[in-house]
Write a protein of this length. Structure first.
Length: 215
């Protein structure tokens, strides 16, 4: 089987990214871009991001998760700490997250170090989730082999009965990670493949160094 994709072509002409009009802090530029993507209504889940880790088998692995909060300190998402992703981060906290917003011809690549957030913060977010999502976090031993779909559905029904009119507490193996960036690269598509690439690198004095990269 083969398919030649060499004729796929697109001209990127929607915007530009110049040093004169952007902040010295990359989190402020991230917020600006995120707001613009939200306002465009051209992406179903603008908070969808790819998280890349180095697995226990030594191979990199990417998966899409949902960003749930960002601050000047970093980017927060939630997962099962005992999952393949969680165990990989525990062993090697150096991760990469990225956002791709094709309607705006933009992507952001962020390298950073992940660490667990405080338990009370994970508790607070877990309490805000719908009951079905809470039970799903308990039912699913994420990344483990299961015999069938029906097996999971039966476990869910049993838990629904068990927790009927009872508070559903956050399991200790489920919670948040914050990715604290050390490098953030902003990519804006431009005509003739002369794309804009601006990279911010965190310095020893905690200031950000901004550089333009060749496309």
């Amino acid at each position: 089987m083969q398919k030649d994709l060499g004729n796929y072509r697109k001209s990127y002409e929607k915007s530009s990214l110049t040093e004169e009009v952007i902040s010295d802090n990359p989190m402020e530029l991230f917020q600006k871009w995120f707001y613009e993507v939200e306002a465009s209504e051209g992406v179903d889940e603008p908070n969808a991001m790819t998280v890349s880790t180095i697995g226990l088998d030594g191979f990199p692995k990417n998966r899409v998760v949902l960003l749930k909060k960002y601050t000047y300190e970093g980017f927060i998402f939630y997962t099962n700490y005992e999952s393949e992703k969680g165990r990989a981060i525990t062993q090697n906290p150096n991760v990469c997250i990225s956002f791709f917003w094709p309607n705006m011809e933009r992507q952001i690549i962020i390298k950073g170090r992940a660490e667990k957030i405080a338990e009370n913060l994970s508790d607070g977010y877990f309490e805000s989730r719908p009951e079905g999502s809470k039970l799903g976090a308990i039912v699913s031993k994420q990344s483990e082999v299961v015999p069938s779909r029906e097996y999971l559905e039966k476990k869910l029904k049993a838990l629904e009965k068990e927790y009927d009119n009872k508070e559903i507490e956050r399991p200790k193996y489920w919670g948040g990670f914050i990715v604290k960036p050390i490098s953030m690269e902003f990519w804006q598509g431009r005509p003739n493949r002369l794309h804009d690439r601006i990279r911010y690198s965190l310095q020893a004095n905690l200031d950000w160094k901004m550089e333009r990269l060749a496309p």
